[in-house]
Design a protein around this ligand. Structure first.
Ligand code: ADP
Ligand code: MG
Length: 678
């Protein structure tokens, strides 16, 4: 007899007992490829099947599980051929319950009169007692019933065609075979904590088959802690290796360029800007590469700080690079920095180029090389988009890397840019105010500075929520402001009608409408599908006040700075997240004039209205970010693909703050006992 192959956590699901090729495909659709994945398949919820409710005691709209025998069943086809209803009647001795499935005629083949069935759902009627589309499990007398009955039972997320009971049995068997093989990754440090933390094996057991309802939560917490720990250890290890091994280009600066720069800037730095620059100078004077995150609400003056930091590097004989997420922003920074730095004899170079537009490669004529007059021997500030990190593009002697609007980039891109030099200093800037815990989670390897003061003499921004019916009045108001010489943005959620559903306006279509609406003013159109040169032309016309109304998509969300633009109308505001609306609104209120933001939305639900009212009530980016985070969760808030945050299966970075704190402390213990490596 051949030896029975032993099971490990790495065993692929297809090699598990009782899993045929069809089921393998279904399981893999759940992201489960090996036995270990199976053990981490998290239940949606649990059912206490130690006690069942009597059918007679069911309450309207209250979810409950009952158990009984099918006493009758039938499929009814309606005259329109696609319509049908399948129904069975369940009896538990106390009363009868009708279970119905609309337009799913195949349900008929899963049930027979006489079957013993468990049913979970919310009664939608009590006369007769009825549940539409309940979850069900047929008890199979040939099976080991103890897995599915007389206990607290896990209910798993499934895919079509995968039976709940079958998956539960599979997990039960796999768990019992492998429980002893589940390793304990952080046992020594976990012993340091006061709290009693279950072993990982125990936690996984409790996750699937808890003795009591609270046990499932205890298990989840342990698994969440492991997830947080893995991330924290990685972040802190990276930081520690950097401090131990990396040698940064000393860049204390000499003030030789900084002095004349500040003198011609036209304004005094705010107290916050000065304080942040002191932090930065201290970092850049040292040999440990700076790793600093600068948080500042829109309009707080991050660009001037970036310019000063760049000058420190350049004064010390190094080059600097500034990466931004959009071409428009690159062009704008390029224009500003040329104006600021060229008179000081600093070379400013722009590098945008091939960049993906809606999944298509778009080629820009500037792409391969820098301008012909570029002199590699002179100190240079490189400004660019993702083009800066393409392998073909080289930057010599890089002393400082600055990333503007960090939330638009992932950690990987940040690293790529840093690798262009040998341990340059790094300054990342973001206008997305990140609540403290989240900041420490995301940026555990960065020091944080905050610009918590807006430059004085700013006009304030007032915000109003209006419905589509009031649009004529909104345009009237806009006309008044345009007559005073101000400019306006009108923002749309979609570029063209081809990618819009009913009720969402598209910029290209509205362009014609607004040209008619404002015949005595020049109206421009800006969106991500225009080529680089065209975007640049339109932006510079708007900046020069040759265009008075600019229709745009969220391409103007980041960084655009035109102080004379004081009105912003955002159509279909319900399509945007709050943090994004705040970013968009940050494009106005940049000059001395009072500014106005009008959010146009037809709000069907009170929640949606409540959400936009937050924008009327506050201009504080932090308050808005917190509200957004609560409403939408971290993934959407940060754009999980971009945030660099691993997807947590068990942890919740909003609610598990205590666990996050613990994980940071424990990670410190772990990391200090690791050997150094880079
Ligand atoms: P953000 O932090 O959103 O990137 P910017 O750097 O674009 O903000 O600055 C917004 C505007 O405020 C710019 O026009 C800039 O020139 C101006 N500004 C920056 N710092 C000051 C200051 N200390 N006093 C007055 N205006 C300032
Ligand atoms: Mg900016």
């Amino acid at each position: 007899m051949p030896p029975v192959p032993t099971l490990t956590l790495e065993t692929p699901v297809r090699a598990l007992f009782g899993v045929g090729p069809e089921r393998v495909a279904l399981i893999e659709r759940l992201g489960i490829f090996c036995a270990g994945d199976l053990l981490l398949h998290r239940p949606n919820r649990y059912e206490d099947r130690r006690h069942f409710l009597k059918i007679a005691d069911l309450k309207l709209k209250e979810p409950a599980t009952v158990r009984g025998k099918i006493v009758a069943q039938g499929l009814k086809q309606f005259r329109q051929r696609s319509k049908s209803v399948f129904e069975f009647v369940l009896d538990d001795g106390s009363a009868r319950l009708h279970c119905r499935w609309w337009n799913l005629p195949f349900m008929e083949k899963y049930f027979d009169v006489g079957d013993e069935v468990m049913v979970f759902g919310k009664p939608n009627s009590l006369r007769p007692r009825t549940i539409d589309h309940p979850e069900t499990e047929v008890l199979d007398p040939s099976e080991d019933i103890s897995i599915h009955l007389d206990r607290i039972v896990p209910i798993y997320p499934l895919t079509e065609g995968l039976p709940q009971r079958w998956l539960r049995s599979l997990i039960w068997r796999t768990l019992h075979e492998l429980e002893s093989q589940i390793a304990e990754p952080f046992s020594e440090v976990l012993a340091l904590t006061q709290n009693k933390i279950p072993s990982r094996a125990n936690a996984i057991h409790m996750l699937h088959f808890p003795e009591e309802c609270e046990d499932a939560e205890l298990g989840r917490q342990r698994l969440a802690l492991d997830e947080f720990l893995a991330l924290q250890v990685e972040l802190q290890r990276r930081r520690r290796n950097l401090e131990a091994a990396a040698r940064a280009p000393l860049s204390p600066g000499t003030n030789e360029l900084m002095k004349p720069f500040l003198a011609q800037l036209g304004f005094q730095l705010t107290g916050a800007q000065t304080r942040v620059l002191r932090d930065i100078r201290k970092d850049m004077s040292g040999t440990v590469p700076m790793r600093r995150l600068l948080q500042g609400d829109v309009g707080s003056g991050k660009t001037a700080v970036a310019a000063c930091a760049a000058l420190m590097a350049i004064e010390s004989g190094h080059n600097a690079a500034l990466m931004v997420p959009t071409e428009i922003l690159a062009e704008q920074h390029f224009a500003n920095f040329c104006r600021w730095l060229k008179p000081l004899g600093v070379q400013v170079a722009l590098q945008t180029g091939a960049r993906k537009v809606e999944g298509r490669e778009q080629n820009d004529e500037r792409q391969p090389a820098l301008h012909a007059t570029f002199d590699p021997r002179r100190s240079t500030l490189f400004i660019g988009t993702h083009a800066l990190i393409t392998p073909a593009f080289a930057m010599q002697n890089l002393g400082l890397v600055i990333i503007d609007e960090q939330h638009k980039f992932g950690v990987a891109q940040r690293e790529q840019l840093v690798r262009k030099g040998s341990f340059p200093h790094l300054l990342v800037m973001t206008a997305t105010p990140i609540p403290r815990t989240l900041g420490l989670t995301l940026y555990g390897d960065l020091d944080i500075s905050v610009l918590d003061e807006l430059p004085a003499g700013r006009g304030r921004v007032r915000t109003f929520v209006r419905t589509g019916e009031q649009l004529a009045k909104v345009y009237e108001f806009m006309r008044g402001k345009l007559a005073e010489g101000r400019q306006a943005y009108v923002v749309y959620a979609r570029v063209s009608e081809a990618d819009t559903e009913a009720g969402i306006k598209a910029a290209t279509h509205e362009f014609q409408v607004l040209q008619k609406e404002f015949p005595s003013h020049r109206v421009g159109l800006l969106h991500g599908r225009l080529n680089g040169a065209e975007k640049e032309r339109i932006m510079s016309e708007f900046r020069a006040n040759k265009l008075h109304v600019l229709l745009a998509t969220s391409v103007i969300e980041v960084g655009v700075d035109v102080p004379n633009a004081t009105v912003m109308v955002i159509e279909n505001a319900e399509q945007f997240g709050l943090a994004q609306l705040h970013q968009l609104r940050g494009r106005i209120g940049r000059g001395a004039h009072e500014s106005f933001c009008v959010l146009v939305a037809d709000l069907k639900t009170p929640e949606a209205q409540e959400r936009l009212r937050v924008m009327e009530k506050t201009n504080d980016g932090f308050a808005i970010a917190e509200a957004d985070l609560k409403l939408r969760g971290p993934g959407e808030f940060l754009g999980s693909a971009q945030s660099g945050l691993p997807p947590f299966r068990f942890g919740d970075i909003i609610f598990d703050t205590r666990l996050l704190d613990t994980s940071r402390d424990l990670a410190r213990h772990i990391v200090t006992s690791l050997p150094l490596s880079y």
